[in-house]
Design a protein around this ligand. Structure first.
Ligand SMILES: C[S@@+](CC[C@H](N)C(=O)[O-])C[C@H]1O[C@@H](n2cnc3c(N)ncnc32)[C@H](O)[C@@H]1O
Length: 284
């Protein structure tokens, strides 16, 4: 059996009871550690499971999945994913390959960044397409996500923006030696994301959003230091959101009064006058 198991968002104790039972029954355990990062060292996971864990990098998962699936017709193998295995990044390739090899697959779900949708006070019904933001370089400033935000905004929908994570080669090697956060990977901040988005709006000038567009920084969701800060995009530029992981929600015009009340509750006092002004002007 291949068990595809979500680890949740916080630490080793977020795994479900069913997930933990499955892990304990497995001969081999792989941890996918490049699409999202659990803020806990591999040793802690191993101590909690009483089993050793192998870090599966992108190369292994995408090009060498038969190593993970080896003999899973006869023994149990666990593939652990931070968050939910099908939240944002899906691991359908691995599941399809397992099915081709007649390996039974069982998924054990968990909390995911997708929970940001309700947790930040907005409603699933009012969300449009999700986008991912990558780091700009001097010569590469991709904006293929922009039309999707514009489409969402044109029909009043909110946009969940997932932010880039860079796990350095060096860091992966260290991870393989058993230290998940030896040389820390880089995480994009809400500030960097907003700055890049405003730069692209400025250059395209299609008015999909702007400095006065309301947004919510959603950080460390599901952890004890979870934080939501709402304000205009310009205001969020100056906020200190602290430790990773960060995500952003761009609020659409179709904001129900209940949603607005929750969003306002995440607004620092210093921003509330502006929030009320924009709400009165654009939403009522
Ligand atoms: C590919 S997605 C996550 C997929 C993961 N399997 C899940 O279900 O959550 C990775 C991105 O989601 C966001 N993210 C993940 N966990 C988060 C958290 N606890 N708080 C805020 N953002 C988070 C970050 O922007 C991160 O770069």
């Amino acid at each position: 059996m291949l068990y595809v198991i979500g680890l949740g968002l916080s630490d080793e104790r977020d795994i479900t009871v069913k997930g933990l039972d499955a892990v304990k029954s497995c001969e081999r355990i792989y941890l996918e550690a490049y699409t999202s990062i659990l803020m806990v060292e591999k040793e802690k996971l191993e101590a909690f499971y009483g089993k050793s864990v192998t870090i599966a990098d992108r190369e292994m998962v995408e090009s060498d999945s038969d190593t993970i699936l080896n003999n899973a017709q006869n023994v149990n193998v666990a593939f652990l994913v931070v968050g939910d295995p099908f939240g944002a990044t899906t691991h359908t390739d691995l599941v399809i390959r397992a099915k081709e090899l007649n390996i039974p697959v069982q998924t054990i779900h968990n909390a995911s960044i997708m929970n940001a949708i309700g947790a930040c006070g907005l409603q699933l019904y009012n969300f449009g397409q999700t986008i991912s933001m990558v780091w700009f370089t001097e010569t590469w400033r991709p904006d293929s996500w922009y039309p999707r935000v514009k489409e969402n905004r044109d029909i009043g929908l909110h946009t969940l923006v997932l932010l880039d994570i860079k796990v350095k080669e060096q860091s992966l090697e260290n991870m393989a030696r058993g230290r998940l956060i030896y040389e820390p990977p880089r995480f994009m901040t809400v500030n960097c994301c907003v700055e890049q988005m405003l730069e692209i709006e400025e250059s395209r000038g299609e008015n999909a959003y702007g400095p006065e567009t309301l947004a919510i920084g959603c950080v460390r969701l599901g952890t004890p230091t979870q934080l939501f800060i709402s304000g205009t995009m310009a205001q969020l530029l100056d906020e200190d959101f602290g430790e990773p992981l960060h995500s952003l929600v761009i609020i659409g015009k179709r904001m129900h009064v209940m949603e607005a009340e929750m969003v306002r509750s995440f607004c620092p006092e210093k921003y509330q006058v502006k929030f009320d002004e924009i709400y009165k002007r654009d939403y009522e």
